[in-house]
Design a protein around this ligand. Sequence first.
Ligand SMILES: NC(=O)c1ccc[n+]([C@@H]2O[C@H](COP(=O)([O-])OP(=O)(O)OC[C@H]3O[C@@H](n4cnc5c(N)ncnc54)[C@H](O)[C@@H]3O)[C@@H](O)[C@H]2O)c1
Length: 166
Amino acid sequence: MVLDLVHYVINNHPDIHVTVLDKLTYAGNRENFAGLPEDRFELVVGDIADAELVNKLFSKTDAVVHYAAESHNDNRLKNPYPFLHANILGTYALIEACCKYDVRYHHVSTDEVYGNLSLREDLPGKGEGIGEKFAVEIPYNPSSLYSSTKAGSGFRSTCKSVSAFF
Ligand SMILES: NC(=O)c1ccc[n+]([C@@H]2O[C@H](COP(=O)([O-])OP(=O)(O)OC[C@H]3O[C@@H](n4cnc5c(N)ncnc54)[C@H](O)[C@@H]3O)[C@@H](O)[C@H]2O)c1
């Protein structure tokens, strides 16, 4: 997913340098970033929860788009901790650093924070009727460890509320 953004920015905004911070877990792959121009792109292998590293990077950054996540919900059965580490502690470190260095922050959330909808064919409007789609004003109703931690990280991800929320 993040690759689409990286390619879009590299191809359409020649004045922007892109840095990707990725721990390269089982879900990451260094090869995905092969072929990108070395003078405009850097892959930093590291953890978004590493506040020292994040602060170092963000002190020379204008904007951040937060894609990194532990997202494969079935993995909670083996070890739930990475969900808390990446989605809660990692996001916290990013937002803290953004506040510190006045960096613009974009949070990538998921529709799963809103919970579940009935199947479209079961709904009177086949999913297109009033109240049959998720909307931003609908309260969060996450139903998995992945969606709960994404909801926790996404709920009011702003400098003003970060200390109150976490
Ligand atoms: N894939 C979808 O259908 C979908 C839908 C809605 C929202 N999203 C959101 O989009 C984002 C990307 O989704 P995806 O499907 O590419 O996820 P993914 O699990 O396939 O990839 C996650 C990436 O984050 C990295 N990562 C994990 N923990 C890290 C950490 N602690 N520090 C640094 N990097 C770490 C991994 O190495 C990997 O490259 C996520 O925030 C996800 O919640 C995805």
